[in-house]
Design a protein around this ligand. Structure first.
Ligand code: BGC
Length: 878
């Protein structure tokens, strides 16, 4: 047995975190079956390989190997703690980690003694200004530098430069928060970039979310009038002395080649105005202006919590062509083959002063020209003016677009072979899962789900990445977060967004429809949107076993439940006699759709139920009881009001039935009838769904659980809209916002709301992983401590496989149909230090063959239940 993959707060060796009680996790790796941890000991030192001077947990008899809370001495700001762990296996044999593992504290509670600095040039609500360059030269003594950290942040977005070299590889730092309340800072190890003697520190500032266009507001200056930069550089020398350099009135500023840069509008770059060598010592900055200082800025500085945005991938264009004959333009259209989010790197040549313009579109119109209408007011246009210096390369710095096609105007002659490359940007959430099956269209659907996630997990979970919206909509995040946690590790991504949510929550407990809030928009997000306050933390707990997410969110949950309780009448949320904001079953195909009060009351019961479970996990027995009683009361109210004596659900929409069944709102005796009501509606529509954002995520789960697996598979394989595969058959490479974003008979849907990259309907991914392939976690022993494999072969698929990198290691659940359907072969991988149960479908005469480490727990006519030890298992049923 080895002890590997030491993580602190989900990260390998995090630099610059906040908090006195970081959590430590590790994995056991073993070739033996049944490996389990019987005890651990964590030793933490101020020195590498040092004695446990900060903390020695002692030998703790426990199988806990994730989220072990550090309980040693409090670190000082900037201090690093080195740690190792010894693990005893089930036979009492120890193994000690050999990886270098540490974490380093940021600057919690430290006064940076630095000013917010910016340009004296200020724009207006509609008038952008050039991106300010800021610089400062400083002298370090001629002593050996042993340690150097740059702590930096901005109101706006920034890129720091030290002695001409970029600092770090983050894009759009410091990220997006409600800047009136808090802003994140980054910590960089810059020792290798410094030299004794004179050095130069610089930064370029962009508008970003702080002062650019955000959402539908139609103007700039969302949080403030101009961007600001703040930094503290701490350098330590071999003799123990230190020197600190901060942002202050000694800095100088000038405008450079970025004449304007905005997330929605794009970037305007004039290469003739480049400030060559501006961040290198000796540059003549005599014409540069003094910086403006702002002492009135309030926000709390907090260490970065979520993964940074990075350049994740590059995509080469798959084709290029000139506008066809008969068209008036002389432009080129490049196809990247994938609807992506980021920007383009352009390589081209041109005479000094000539400009190329790049416009970005997700899709082409039937006549082959780019479709821009759905961008609404987002210009999504970059331009580059040549300096006339041979082949020039341009990648905008402070903008991003959602696109597959790039229209380029103003190229001289034929494009170079690598004229256009797509640079994919997103939050660097590590990939964790893969789903694959025997149907290529379903595999393309999984691909589209992953790309919907890439495109919209950019700092916060956004609805869409292309039009003038790109907001952290709660409803969308709530429906997709479970799927997201299969595809990538999104624990810290959502931890940070939940902080944004708490910053946005009203004094009355209301949770708004998106966050970070902007333009002062608060209020109640309404059913299925605001309920993200409960569903998202609970889902993260299920996926990562992260109790702290619950602890931190719990007070907000209590206030939210009390808010909806107060807002309801006779336990009916959105009762017609009350005032209630609601989006309904957004974009459903049900005409007037499912009444708001049905959705409201369903989510009221569900949220109260989850709150009760949270309270239980947190050891708050009285609250657990209070919320359970409340949930029961709401369920009863739901049944009384919407279920007839003949077990027929009022409204009868698919979503109403799905919610009643999935949230267990109606008595068991009524479930079969309501499920039949749901199936009748699906059949009546030619085996098609009618659900919108609210009902869709649970639809196939409900059908599977109520014995209608065949109907669930029919919906999965349906190719006529509304269906998941319709868009796939139309060549989609991401998930569309609407089932009918484009159809042969109607053409494009309403351009005011027609995104081709909206992840919400991608929530079917959860069903693919958890039900088709059967990879799941026990809700009580969460975070895959106890695995539950419940595969559902069917739908004509001949194989399916899901893989997931969990906190405990790799999990796999796969099946293959053999001998023309007479047998099914299953493969399960169970990581060390977990337990697993597999529930396999069979018929009464089926034989179950397996190797060692498998114990049969139960056998029914249609199902066999097995207990699996850690290790890889092959099981044949048939
Ligand atoms: C967004 C949605 C969001 C909705 C609220 C839209 O404009 O794109 O995805 O949830 O507003 O209903």
């Amino acid at each position: 047995m080895n002890v590997l993959r030491l993580r602190c707060e989900y990260q390998t060796n995090p630099l610059g975190i906040d908090g006195d009680r970081p959590r430590l996790s590790w994995q056991l790796v073993s070739t033996q079956r049944g490996t389990r941890q019987s005890a651990y000991r964590v030793e933490v030192s101020l020195r590498k390989n040092g004695s446990a001077d900060l903390w020695d947990s002692g030998k703790i008899k426990s199988d806990q190997s994730v989220h072990v809370v550090y309980a040693g001495q409090k670190l000082k700001p900037g201090q690093r703690a080195w740690w190792r762990v010894t693990v005893w296996d089930e036979a009492g044999k120890p193994a000690t980690s050999t990886e270098t593992a540490w974490w380093e504290l940021g600057l919690p509670g430290v006064d940076w003694e630095a000013e917010w600095i910016g340009s004296p040039i200020v724009g207006g609500k509609k008038a952008a200004t050039p991106a300010p360059h800021l610089r400062k030269e400083f002298t370090l003594p001629k002593k050996r530098i042993v340690h150097a950290r740059l702590y930096a942040t901005a109101l706006g977005v920034y890129e720091a430069v030290l002695n001409g070299q970029p600092v770090g590889d983050e894009v759009f730092a410091p990220g997006w928060t409600d800047y009136a309340q808090r802003v994140q800072y980054q910590t960089f190890d810059v020792r290798a970039q410094l030299t004794p003697g004179v050095n130069c520190l610089g930064a370029i500032l962009g508008d970003g979310w702080y002062c650019g266009y955000v959402g539908e507001a139609g103007h700039r200056e969302t949080y403030g009038e101009q961007s600001w930069f703040k930094a503290r550089l701490v350098v330590e020398f071999a003799d123990g002395s230190t020197q600190v350099v901060v942002t202050n009135d000694q800095w100088r500023t000038a405008s450079g080649p970025i004449l304007a840069a905005d997330f929605l509008m794009g970037e305007i770059y004039d290469a003739r105005r480049e400030l060559t060598g501006w961040a290198v010592v000796g540059y003549d900055a005599s014409t540069w202006l003094s910086v403006r200082i702002n002492t009135a800025l309030p926000p709390l500085l907090v260490a970065r919590l979520n993964p940074p945005i990075r350049r994740i991938l590059e995509i080469k264009s798959i084709s290029q062509r000139k506008y066809a004959k008969g068209w008036t333009k002389q432009n080129w259209i490049f196809d990247l083959g994938q609807n992506m989010v980021g920007r383009v790197r352009l390589k081209a040549h041109g005479a000094a002063g000539c400009t190329v313009v790049l416009r970005h579109a997700e899709i082409l119109k039937p006549d082959g020209t780019p479709y821009y209408d759905n961008l609404r007011s987002a210009a999504a246009t970059d331009s580059y003016t040549f300096k006339g210096d041979g082949i020039e390369t341009f990648e905008p710095r402070f903008t991003f677009h959602g696109f597959r096609y790039v229209e380029v105007e103003g190229l001289e002659g034929e494009p170079l072979p690598d004229a256009v490359t797509g640079i994919v940007l997103h939050s660097d959430t590590p990939p964790t899962g893969k789903f694959h099956c025997s149907d290529p269209l379903v595999n393309q659907l999984q691909h589209n789900i992953e790309w919907g996630q890439r495109g919209n997990f950019l700092e916060v979970p956004t609805d869409c990445p292309q039009r003038d919206e790109r907001l952290g909509w709660t409803g969308d995040a709530q429906v997709f977060c479970r799927t997201a946690a299969f595809n990538m590790n999104v624990a810290t991504f959502f931890t940070k967004w939940l902080q944004d949510m708490r910053d946005a929550q009203g004094a009355d407990g209301a949770v708004p429809s998106y966050m970070p809030t902007a333009h002062g928009r608060g209020g109640d997000g309404g059913p299925a949107w605001a309920d993200a306050a409960v569903i998202v933390p609970w889902t993260m707990y299920q996926c990562y076993g992260d109790r702290r997410i619950l602890e931190e969110q719990y007070p907000a949950v209590v206030r939210f439940i009390d808010f909806i309780k107060a807002q309801s009448k006779n336990s009916i949320r959105c009762h017609p006699a009350t005032k209630c904001h609601a989006f309904g079953d957004w974009l459903s195909q049900d005409g007037t759709g499912t009444p708001h009060e049905i959705i409201g009351t369903a989510f009221f019961a569900h949220s109260a139920d989850l709150a009760s479970q949270m309270a239980d996990v947190l050891g708050k027995a009285a609250d657990a009881k209070r919320f359970a009683t409340l949930a029961g009361k709401v369920r009863l109210a739901f049944t009384r009001r919407y279920l007839t004596g003949a077990n027929f659900l009022f409204s009868g929409t698919q979503t109403a039935c799905v919610l009643a069944l999935h949230f267990q709102l109606i008595p068991d005796s009524a479930r079969a009838d309501v499920a039949a009501q749901l199936v009748r509606d699906i059949q009546k529509r030619g085996l098609r769904l009618s659900t919108g954002f609210v009902g869709t995520p649970y639809l196939n789960h409900v059908l599977t659980e109520t014995g209608h697996l065949d109907v669930a598979y029919s919906l999965l394989f349906q190719k006529k809209w509304p269906s998941w595969l319709y868009a796939v058959t139309q060549g989609a490479t991401t998930i569309w916002e609407r089932w009918d974003g484009w159809t042969h008979d109607k053409g494009f849907q309403n351009p005011l709301m027609n995104s081709f990259n909206h992840y919400a309907y991608g929530a079917i991914g959860d069903w693919l992983y958890a039900s088709v392939a059967g990879l799941g976690s026990d809700p009580v022993k969460s975070g895959y401590k106890r695995l539950v494999f419940r595969p559902h072969p069917g739908g004509g698929l001949t194989h399916a496989r899901a893989k997931l990198e969990t906190m405990y290691g790799k999990v796999e659940s796969a099946w293959k149909v053999r001998l023309g359907g007479k047998q099914t072969e299953y493969v399960f991988t169970v990581p060390p230090n977990t337990t697993a149960r597999a529930e396999l479908i069979c018929v009464s005469k089926s034989k179950v063959k397996h190797g060692t480490g498998v114990v049969q727990l139960a056998r029914r006519s249609d199902r066999v239940v097995l207990e699996l030890k850690p290790g890889k298992h092959q099981i044949i049923v048939g």
